[in-house]
Ligand binder design. Structure first.
Ligand code: 9GP
Length: 830
């Protein structure tokens, strides 16, 4: 039961919730109240963390009133909403975003000054919640930001990992992972509801029974249970008074510990079941693109999805909800295959709890889900072995069999006699072991299936899910990814934002198409000079950040060339490295006159999955090459490599605005979209890239003259692979490539230790799955064009401005509009 037990008499108790005053005095008062009564310290004795927590709670207070108002308004007139199901949300720091959304930055700055506190120092005290691995998790964070800004009814559902993505450190050039205890200093942005427990079941068996009406039914007798505890986070829209909800789940044991065993002195055994249950939300899987077949991961997926669907049915909806109306109330968006177990879960609830027959439950379920696929790598499409599923989720496995049976009947009807196709499309695969193909299940059950860039969606239709697109062509669609301009331009690049606002006025932050108005200014010499000034200021800022954060001294006046993303072979960090080694080798061998080389600093940022050997060896190689190049007087002032450890959202916000050149060099047909590529272009970096993912659309929008294209396109890649690719042929026929590889292989960068580089070099020469050597020459040529272009600063600035002006399309507001109009069919602003 919620609400007061009898009618409140005091006028304040029945009135609407009010926002604290938007004044410096009002802010000071709220802040001191939080510090004194919340933290329990006087200002004079408060620590930096006290002050940060008090500030965060003060700002949260301003959000809370809006949040309650949004919820009340939506409850009065319930519309269909989106349940965004994502195992990852890579949020980044919250403070600045919340200040910007509530238009409180200047007020907070002044209020704190009057308390003798520096806002900047408090900003730096915030530990970012790294509840995601990379692009997929960051995309989810951008999407919920946009939905709030568009006043779209949405709840983001996910997991509250106690430990987020690991902190990366380097020891002797090698990656060493340190746990990310992001909550260690307090979690001021979350509101826990320990009283609202959601029971989640695992294991056990199912049994049939006959109901009073004589119909046979099934019930699931679980083997063990955990509780889901709800944590709410506020997601503010940009200066529109709307605040949406992000709801993350923490696992708690049903019984804290066994008192009998505890009293008998076996403390470890007494808490064993607690530890086991609570492990479910303990740590984010540090994998990107490839799932680990770990039981715990399936437990995590089922746990958060079961909590979320239950929460929607029992708490978010009116108590008299008729489940037959569900499709008018909710659409669950599946962010990759991680939440796909939600499909049989909804079926289970409808059949076993709401007592609907299979056909009816299936008809409802098929209208309540939509699926986004974020990959093209076959190994990244999740499968779960049938034996694991039977053990962990026996009822769900039965339901999946039932779904598969009716689905395969549909296939046989559509393609009579094509049993091969039936086997290819089956939700259950037989090789190498019997397993559930989650992407097939998602595709079968969803109203729409989308890829995340034009090329990716086309390859999904033509290759990865071609049987399905033949059967249901209308089901497949594309929604190109986007990024939020609030965080990635307005907040992260205040200098550029001011220049834009001074030039075209306000309004662009929530309507990024307006950047087009900047196009004419590309021809304006004065504007170009101002634009360069902004870049110079941003370079000064990143120089200070890297000095403070990593002790790195960035050389000044260089072309700033940036490659930041997860370390993965398909993204081809080694290609970038080969380019740097080629430049270096050219100078030290005397072949190239150092005076003719454009001074260039390359910044790498990349985490490797802890179990991904090749990625870790590549990190070691980058660090080894950096150490030698950065200390060789022959290339001093010409070449420099910076590899700050622990690249994260906070660093991205500082680095991207300073970049001149954005490296997007994956093998064509492998990067689903990329979103870093969009952030760089929007901040005025030029891209050197392959025709892959969203690069294709970036190039089309900015124009070929303002983009450095290189490498094979996807059909050429497919052709070469079909023909039989031989990397050694490229090595043997290309002298510069051979010299670069030989220099690495000689141990030049590893104190003569050839063994230390053999994994990477051996793979390049004898395997090279992602065709680095095949694209090498084209890349080197494109980099030469970059140097020539950079020499003409006026022309370069013109191109950079056009990149900003023409990439407003990549706002996540536009992506959300596409989902709303073409997939979800929900109303905004009502
Ligand atoms: O690898 C894709 C990346 O290209 C894309 O931009 C991002 C968001 O759509 O998703 C990534 N996919 C994954 O992390 C796992 O499928």
């Amino acid at each position: 039961e919620r609400g007061p037990s009898f009618a409140p008499k005091h006028p304040l108790a029945s009135g609407p919730v009010s926002t604290p005053p938007h004044t410096v005095d009002g802010f000071v008062k709220e802040f001191l109240r939080e510090l004194n009564y919340g933290q329990g310290v006087p200002l004079s004795r408060s620590s930096l963390n006290d002050q940060y927590l008090a500030l965060a709670r003060t700002v949260r207070g301003y959000l809370t009133a809006r949040w309650l108002q949004t919820a009340t308004r939506r409850r009065q007139k319930p519309h269909k909403m989106v349940g965004y199901l994502s195992a990852e949300y890579l949020l980044g720091r919250q403070l600045d975003n919340a200040l910007l959304a509530t238009d409180l930055t200047a007020i907070a700055d002044e209020a704190l000054k009057q308390c003798g506190i520096d806002l900047d120092a408090l900003r730096q005290a915030e530990i970012e919640p790294g509840l995601g691995n990379g692009g997929l998790g960051r995309l989810a964070a951008c999407f919920i930001d946009s939905l709030a800004t568009m006043d779209a009814p949405c709840v983001g559902y996910g997991l509250r990992y106690e430990y987020g993505i690991f902190k990366q450190t380097f020891v002797d050039g090698r990656q060493v992972e340190v746990p990310d205890n992001w909550l260690s200093m307090g979690g001021p942005w979350e509101i826990p509801h320990p009283e609202m427990e959601v029971p989640v079941h695992f294991g056990g068996h199912t049994e049939r029974y006959v109901g009073e009406d004589g119909r046979e039914r099934t019930r699931w007798i679980s083997g063990w249970d955990v509780l889901g505890i709800r944590y709410n986070y506020m997601v503010p829209g940009y200066q529109n008074g709307v605040v949406n909800t992000l709801r993350l789940w923490r696992a708690r044991a049903t019984r804290a510990f066994d008192l009998h065993i505890f009293n008998a002195g076996d403390y470890a055994e007494a808490v064993r079941s607690q530890t086991f249950a609570e492990n479910i939300s303990k740590v984010l899987y540090p994998e990107d693109s490839t799932p680990q077949g770990k039981e715990l991961r399936l437990q995590q997926q089922y746990f958060f999805v079961a909590c979320s669907i239950y929460d929607f049915l029992k708490h978010t909806q009116p108590t008299d909800l008729d489940v037959r109306d569900l499709p008018e109330r909710i659409i669950f968006q599946l962010n990759d295959t991680h939440p796909v177990i939600g499909i049989p879960e909804l079926m289970r609830l409808l059949m076993d709890d709401y007592d609907l027959p299979f056909d009816e439950a299936w008809a409802i379920t098929r209208q309540c889900f939509a699926y986004t696929c974020h990959t093209l790598l076959p190994e990244a499409l999740e499968v779960w072995s049938v034996s694991l599923m039977e053990r962990l989720l026996p009822r769900h496995m039965e339901i999946i069999y039932m779904i598969n049976e009716v689905f395969l009947e549909e296939v046989r009807e559509a393609f009579p006699g094509d049993e091969l196709r039936v086997r290819r499309m089956s939700i259950i695969g037989d090789h190498p072991e019997r397993s559930v193909r989650m992407a097939h299940l998602a595709t079968v059950a969803s109203v729409k299936v989308n890829g995340v860039a034009e090329l990716h969606s086309q390859l999904l239709r033509d290759k990865v899910l071609s049987d399905f697109s033949e059967m249901w062509p209308e089901k497949f669609t594309n929604v190109t990814n986007g990024v939020t301009p609030r965080r990635f331009v307005r907040q992260s690049n205040p200098n550029l934002s001011k220049l834009i606002t001074d030039t075209i006025g306000v309004g662009w932050v929530a309507n990024l198409d307006r950047l087009r108005e900047l196009e004419v200014y590309a021809e304006d010499e004065e504007f170009r000079a101002k634009f360069r000034e902004v870049k110079a200021l941003n370079k000064e800022r990143i120089t200070a950040v890297l000095k403070r954060r990593d002790g790195i001294e960035l050389p000044q006046g260089h072309l700033l060339d940036v490659m930041v993303k997860r370390l993965h072979e398909y993204k081809r960090q080694t290609l970038k490295l080969l380019h740097m080694v080629t430049l270096y080798e050219g100078i030290i061998s005397g072949e190239v006159d150092a005076a003719t080389v454009t001074p260039r600093t390359v910044v790498f940022g990349a985490k490797a999955a802890p179990g991904y050997r090749m990625a870790k060896e590549t990190i070691f190689l980058i660090n080894s090459v950096a150490k030698v190049i950065n200390n060789d007087p022959r290339v001093e002032g010409k070449l420099f490599i910076a590899f700050p450890a622990n690249y994260n959202v906070t660093l991205a916000e500082r680095l991207i605005p300073a970049a001149d050149l954005s490296e997007q060099i994956s093998l064509a047909g492998k990067e689903a979209s990329g979103t870093g590529n969009m952030k760089f272009a929007l901040n005025g970096a030029l891209t050197i890239g392959t025709d892959d993912g969203a690069n294709v659309e970036i190039r089309q929008l900015v124009g070929d003259d303002n983009f450095f294209l290189f490498g094979m396109d996807e059909p050429a890649v497919a052709e070469l692979q079909a023909k039989g690719y031989q990397p050694t042929a490229y090595y043997e026929s290309n002298e510069r490539l051979r010299r670069a590889i030989n220099l690495i292989d000689s141990g030049h960068f590893t104190d003569g230790n050839r063994e230390a580089v053999s994994t990477v070099i051996g793979d390049l020469l004898y395997n090279d799955r992602f065709l680095v050597l095949a694209d090498y020459q084209s890349y080197i040529d494109a980099q030469a064009k970059v140097e020539a272009a950079y020499a003409d600063q006026e022309a370069w600035s013109r191109s950079a401005i056009l990149n900003v002006a023409r990439t407003g399309f990549f706002s996540s507001d536009r992506s959300m509009r596409d989902y709303i109009d073409r997939i979800w069919h929900i109303k905004t602003g009502s």
